[in-house]
Design a protein around this ligand. Structure first.
Ligand code: SAM
Length: 304
């Protein structure tokens, strides 16, 4: 988060980039001074930026639910936040869809409502820390004198792993996870690292924002020499009532997705872990549990 909002009169909303730069300049030792005052679960003052989770209202956190239950104004991320969740938890509040609104419109809208004494919450899909564009809103709000903070949520990659009844990390299969997106409007081709992650072999690659480009992404992977038989799972609308799962390989998942017709709102997982097959029993519930470790300081899943 950015430094405390100024005590004096709120600065007018200027160029949001100035707010971002000023917030960066204010991070004395590299961190916002409030980092050591709060834990991620603390109730704080200001506008909460809440992770709504992947869709199922039951996957909203208890903290998030308490905040939306209490809200007068909910600014939400449009079709990425499920209508079930909005109906179940936000029916009492004014709802504003943020899609199509720029920072110059969104920030004064939230600031004015907050200063009018209304309880404002900002609802992002999944977790706001993943492809959420939340920090720029927080920095602009704080520059304008309105404190704001994050409330984490369940990101769609985690919900997709649960749907697939697997883990993103699996002993002997995948020790690493990459959250990535394909080359697109905001990424140059040279910033597209999907092939590099997949070629590492022991990485589960989770592609956000790539539903419309699965066939192109797989073609690029094949051009880059990735094994065509590498497993791929696509979870559309994880945890929604119309959730769907497609499974295939780098060679054939593009055709399957074109046939299904999904162009948005799906998570693409590449790697052996997507299938949940072929892993080895873990050290944690094997040799380590049986006293095989003499390294009492080593971190294990038990204390992670
Ligand atoms: C703008 S990003 C937001 C991601 C979000 N902050 C999160 O943590 O899941 C939107 C992308 O997230 C993925 N996504 C969001 N909700 C999803 C769901 N319920 N099932 C599958 N993918 C989802 C899709 O790849 C979509 O294109």
């Amino acid at each position: 988060m950015s430094p405390s909002p100024p005590d004096d009169a709120a600065a007018p909303l200027d160029d949001p980039q100035d707010a971002i730069d000023a917030a960066g300049d204010g991070k004395g030792d590299g961190l916002d001074p409030r980092v050591r005052e709060h834990t991620a679960g603390d109730a704080q003052t200001g506008i909460p930026f809440i992770g709504a989770g992947p869709g199922d209202p039951g996957l909203l956190t208890l903290r998030g639910k308490a905040l939306v239950d209490d809200a007068d104004l909910v600014v939400h991320a449009g079709s990425l936040v499920s209508s079930d969740l909005l109906e179940e938890h936000c029916a009492h509040a004014e709802l504003v869809n943020s899609v199509g609104k720029d920072l110059e419109e969104l920030v004064p809208l939230m600031k004015d409502a907050h200063e009018d004494g209304r309880t404002v919450v900002r609802l992002h899909s999944g977790d706001p820390a993943v492809y959420g564009a939340a920090l720029e809103q927080i920095d602009a709000l704080e520059r304008a004198g309105v404190p704001a903070y994050f409330v984490p949520g369940v990101t769609s990659a985690f919900a997709s792993a649960a749907t697939l009844r697997t883990q993103l990390t699996l002993n002997g299969v995948a020790d690493h996870v990459a959250f990535t997106r394909p080359q697109g409007r905001t990424l140059d081709p040279e910033d597209d690292h999907i092939a590099e992650f997949v070629e590492m072999g022991d990485v589960t690659t989770c592609i956000y924002l790539g539903t419309h480009a699965v066939a192109e992404t797989m073609d690029r992977l094949l051009d880059d020499g990735v094994d065509p038989d590498t497993p791929v799972a696509v979870v559309y609308h994880a945890s929604w009532p119309d959730e769907d799962v497609l499974v295939g390989t780098v060679a054939d998942i593009g055709g399957k997705l074109d046939e299904a017709g999904y162009r948005a709102s799906a998570m693409v997982l590449i790697g052996e872990a997507a299938t949940g097959a072929g892993y080895e029993r873990s050290y944690l519930y094997g040799d380590w549990a049986n006293g095989g470790s003499d390294d009492s300081t080593a971190e294990t899943e038990a204390d992670d």
